[in-house]
Design a protein around this ligand. Structure first.
Ligand code: ADP
Ligand code: NA
Length: 321
């Protein structure tokens, strides 16, 4: 299993429920490589301190949430620079027209943002990230379907072009998409996303958390009136955290009336505090031992790089480099 997480901003509840939780559930079961894709983050972040901070914070987040370094490799993408070499080889197999159809790339262009060549080629580097570890299983959100398709296409083209007829180097990876993973709404009701500035951070707590939760957009139904929980952003978040009993109790209170959105928000804060209590404690401990975090990343990189170098030896041989 391979998976990348982009250190381009604060990791939020959408990332947690949509991706990170699945990663953590799976990492003990498969030979897994998790990398913090700082080369990819360079497509949008040109601030040395920010890139370093987000990279370290991503590692801290995985470790605090229960990633077990003895079970899988966690490392920083640029500690395996071989991926950029493989990406270069792949560029020569990908039609420009394929990349021109890239949804993420087209979005940026449509928004009038500078579409740099890194952004254009993002899916190729992603393919290198997956294939260099011989990845077969890639847990992703539905929005990543297209990139995995491109990766599969690249693997097939490479095998066809450079491998003898009776042999192929790269297995064809499968995306692991959980269709039922809801889109987590942000505080403005749109999809929670760092590009919308509507996020609640995984490690927000105290005043910060309170301020964000209290500003979740709700309608103006008066406190006494019955409310439909299924149409409420606060309840959508409550559902992610609460066990069935709590969920039913709160849904009933909504429907009965006399239960305000303020009450629901307080309940949500309590649920978030409870859910992440242990992880926050671990994060505080880890913050006291940054050397430990760096050791984990170094050891992860050692494992990842060994695998990558073995693969690159074969690639170079097959290509004629
Ligand atoms: P962002 O939209 O904040 O930039 P990313 O694109 O970096 O987030 O997403 C990282 C992972 O988190 C992806 O697998 C994506 O599908 C998942 N994800 C992001 N936002 C949400 C959300 N609001 N609900 C569910 N999953 C999400
Ligand atoms: Na996204």
């Amino acid at each position: 299993m391979v998976s990348g997480i982009q250190p381009s901003g604060e990791l939020h509840l959408g990332n947690y429920f949509g991706a990170i939780r699945q990663h953590l559930e799976l990492h003990e079961r498969y030979e897994s490589y998790f990398f913090i894709v700082n080369y990819h983050a360079l497509t949008t972040i040109h601030d040395r301190e920010a890139l370093r901070r987000y990279t370290f914070e991503a590692a801290l987040t995985y470790l605090a949430l229960g990633f077990k370094p003895e079970k899988a490799a966690l490392f920083v993408q640029s500690d395996v620079p071989e991926v950029t070499e493989l990406a270069w080889i792949f560029y020569n197999l990908v039609p420009v027209s394929t990349l021109e159809k890239g949804v993420a790339y087209k979005d940026k262009v449509a928004q009038g943002l500078p579409a740099n060549a890194g952004l254009f080629n993002y899916p190729v580097l992603q393919a290198a990230d997956i294939l260099i570890y011989g990845g077969t299983l890639v847990p992703v959100g539905a929005d990543q379907k297209q990139n995995i398709e491109i990766c599969r296409d690249i693997a097939q083209r490479f095998n066809r072009t450079f491998c003898p007829p009776d042999r192929s180097l790269f297995p064809i990876p499968e995306p692991l998409i959980r269709e039922e993973v809801a889109v987590v709404p942000g505080i403005d009701g749109r999809k929670m996303s760092k590009s919308y500035g509507n996020t609640i951070g995984i490690f927000d707590e105290g005043k910060t958390l309170r301020k964000k939760v209290m500003s979740i957009v709700t309608d103006s139904t008066p406190l006494e009136a019955p409310k439909d929980p299924e149409r409420c952003n606060v309840f959508a978040l409550i559902k992610l955290f609460a066990d069935e009993e709590t969920r039913n109790r709160i849904a009933e209170a909504y429907r009965r009336g006399g239960y305000g959105y303020g009450d629901a928000k307080k309940e949500l804060i309590r649920l978030i505090d409870e859910h992440f209590a242990e992880a926050r404690e671990r994060r505080r401990e880890l913050l006291k031992h940054p050397d430990y975090v760096m050791d984990v990343l170094r050891e992860g990189a050692r494992k990842g790089r060994r695998r990558a170098q073995e693969m690159m030896e074969q690639v170079r041989d097959l290509v004629g480099l």
